[in-house]
Design a binder for this molecule. Sequence first.
Ligand code: UD2
Ligand code: MN
Length: 589
Amino acid sequence: ILPLALLLIVFTTKTYLDQNVSPQKIGFRSRTHQQEEYVDRNGIKVVVGHYIGPSVKKLPNASRDMINANDFAPVRGAGKDGRPVVIQPKDLLKMQQLFQINRFNLLASDRIPLNRSLPDVRRKKCRYLYEDYDTYPSSSVIIVFHNEAWSTLFRTVWSVINRSPRELLKEIILVDDASEREFLKTPLDEYVKSLPVTTKVIRNSKRVGLVKARLQGAARSFGEVLVFLDAHCECTRGWLESLLARIKQDRKTVVCPVIDIINDDSFAYVKSFELHWGALNWNLQFRWYTLGGRELKKRKMDTTEPFFTPTMAGGLFAVDREYFQEIGSYDEEMRIWGGENLELSFRIWQCGGKIEIVPCSHVGHLFRKSSPYTFPGGITKTLYSNLARVALVWMDEWAEFYFKFNENARNVRADQNVSSRLELRKRLKCKNFEWYLDNVWTQHFFPKKDRFFGRIKNLEEDLCLIKPLGKLNSNQPTGIAKLNECLKHDMIIEMFVMTKEGFVVTDDSICLDAPEKETDGVKTVRIMACNWANRQKWKYNEKTKEFIHVSNNLCLDVAPSKKYEDGLVITKCMNTDTQKWILEAVPWT
Ligand code: UD2
Ligand code: MN
């Protein structure tokens, strides 16, 4: 028996040799089509959620048993330097099934060591900017989680430990929002004791949602700065120093790293665009948009300087601990998930603070296509109530605009008691939403008194310009500008704004666009991401009813074929009926 045991030890330690971190091995035991069963490192059986993949009954018998504990052991070098993990064809079925548990490739994630290396994606200059970091404020890193996978949670933790100067990292605080998975209970408590950085664990027996969980973490923290992270992030070198440096300069600046992408399939670390800022769409969904004009120029001057952003994504940011309390931390009535990032963003800007993105700080976040967990009470009681609160407290007359086009939020409007948050707004003497639109989000596309809002109708056929539906999953649907039969009810799909500068823009910051230079043949008109350049400038002539593309001095017209699918073009102005347009204003307050 002894040699056998020895052999076992040698075998198991070998697998983990290059890691200096002992991973939690979560082995697969068996499965029914209802739930997944696991055995964790300590032999505890764990039952996880509902299986929502292809029906297991349809799978060949062999595949049901082909998963064994070794599949979850990290593989030396997997995902090294942020590279993608390749799954062998024989494992694809298993991979698909495991994907459903967390809505990311768990098989790939578990193969990557908890302390994998990542590329240094910063600009070179960043490396020398923060050498005096020992004078920066200290920090508490707060990570809230609900049923997170072990490997993603602790890769987040290890990336914080390994890539933060120890002097600046006071503690890590893990807040468990009532996770059901056994391996996140006692095994986690045991495991954090072995970490080289003080790590507190706060537990909830009932689901409280991410806002309350983060507040619990904040209440128990000692660092001068709070740094919030999602439970599936990976920090790269220099991420913390550059955030703290900015807060040291100005404690009323809330800072975000550049959020890079951890691919949900391959776990590749992908550097994301730096010339984006965060804003929102008409449905109050957070969106990244490309910059234009003045902002773009300013940003390009020094690419390592922090730049401001109208909103933050929400999960990854650092804030002075006392300032966070001064401005009213979070709206505690916000449940489970969603909306809190916009609420915080509007509040910071309107009440005298700033939000900035620090280009020298890069943190990867695992973006998923869908949410893996339940929303107790349903999405209207949670997300839409949260968004209704955002609108009611911070958006003034634009709240009406939001409710007009969003039935889900309209239905829960009356249930919201926001008086304490309105008092806060008054107490802090916050500016109004119009100020925010005019001064912070200068490229906004919300309706306003200074611009047209409504339908754009073609005179000849009584057809309306519509927003393209675009590709599934695309945040900014683009395509050929087309007409459609005008709808009886006011719907976002045919609502456009025309700004004073002549941009014809609709939700999600997409603009009516035509090629600027002389091209052969017809010039097709498209609806594309706004770049706020000349090719997207238009002029409307009240008298002739012509819609003129300014740089070409050509008229908006239906395609010569007159076929609906061929969409719109710009051609020589001839004052024909197809070149006549009616701007039909729609009331929005
Ligand atoms: C984004 C944010 C997220 C949050 C959310 C809106 C980024 C990268 N992520 O969505 O931080 O602002 O928008 O609310 O900016 N969690 C709980 N309890 C819950 C639900 C979630 O603790 O009831 C945890 C979850 O485990 C995760 C964090 O909260 O660590 C954020 O949740 P998410 O990752 O599902 O949100 P995400 O990235 O889609
Ligand atoms: Mn997340």
